[in-house]
Design a protein around this ligand. Structure first.
Ligand code: BTN
Length: 282
């Protein structure tokens, strides 16, 4: 674990939250706050803490990650002092099969905050990417620990490219990723962003636990990047090709494979094959 220095404070970890987020207005999210100058992965440390009994709303935030985790075994580019790398312990009172909805809710929160603070209109690429002008600005990694039909905890990890300039991105990301700075030409205030994001996440999470995905569906459907595109989805057990037809009321991706009724996919990794498709006569 790295040593941290904030203002006059120097200690191993964590630092006091009011030093970093003085304007936080949440009830539980971020009230216990672990901050790291550098760590392997905030999801890793949050997971370990949750196993030891960490409470809902505990936040783990790092200035840099040495082994930031993405989905499907990918890594997450995490340069220091530019972006946002944040993980949150959640203990939702929902069954494990309902948990993927939390990724969608988090995506909606990220998009709403981008819209509120900047002139950025983001789209959601099901199940958990946030895209601006066809490039990825944020990614979400939800890790669930369940025992039978009971969800023990969820680690909600969010990575957002805030101030990284194009030239600091590795080549392989330059064509596919973007940041708030690249979209607006202005550096953003990361503290203000986190305060707004945590407030929005807390509101969204409470609403989700009470009413499920229903309140989020209009936004998700209106802002779905995949809809109308020809895609290939790896569900883990099968490869499905077809045209994305939107999001179901339970948060599944609807796919028209051209063979009978629409298929509903609860989780998977999506690759776009063509922008808009007329492949199946639609
Ligand atoms: C993806 O799009 O593949 C998900 C990326 C998630 C990255 C975030 S950064 C904070 C948290 N800690 C990690 O190691 N990963 C998530």
């Amino acid at each position: 674990m790295s040593r941290t220095t904030v203002g006059k404070i120097s200690r191993s970890e964590p630092v006091e939250r009011p030093l970093i987020l003085p304007g936080l207005k949440t009830r539980t999210f971020g009230r216990t706050f672990h901050w790291y100058r550098k760590i392997d992965s905030t999801n890793r440390v949050a997971f370990d803490r949750a196993v030891e009994g960490g409470e809902e709303g505990e936040i783990f935030m790092a200035e840099a990650q040495t082994r930031g985790r993405g989905r499907v075994g990918k890594s997450w580019f995490s340069p220091p002092y530019m972006n946002l790398y944040l993980s949150l312990i959640l203990r939702p009172k929902v069954a494990p099969e309902i948990v993927p909805g939390i990724s969608l809710v988090a995506g909606v929160s990220v998009a709403r905050v981008l819209q509120k603070l900047y002139p950025i209109s983001a789209l959601i690429k099901w199940p958990n990417d946030v895209l601006v002008n066809d490039k990825k600005l944020a990614g979400i990694l939800c890790q669930t620990q369940a025992k039978g039909k009971t969800t023990e905890f969820v680690i909600l990890g969010i990575g957002i490219n805030l101030n990284v300039p194009h030239g600091r991105m590795p080549r392989f990301l330059q064509q596919t990723a973007t940041s708030v700075f690249m979209e607006t030409g202005n550096r953003c205030d990361r503290g203000e962003f986190v305060e707004s994001l945590l407030a929005s996440l807390e509101r969204g999470y409470c609403l989700f636990q009470g009413r499920g995905l229903a309140p989020f569906l209009p936004f998700l459907r209106h802002r779905s990047w995949l809809t109308g595109k020809q895609i290939e989805v790896n569900s883990g057990t099968a490869l499905i090709r077809g045209v994305a037809r939107g999001i179901s009321s339970t948060g599944s991706l609807l796919i028209d494979s051209g063979r009978g009724p629409l298929e509903e996919l609860r989780s998977g990794t999506v690759q776009m094959i063509r922008k808009a498709s007329h492949a199946f006569g639609h």
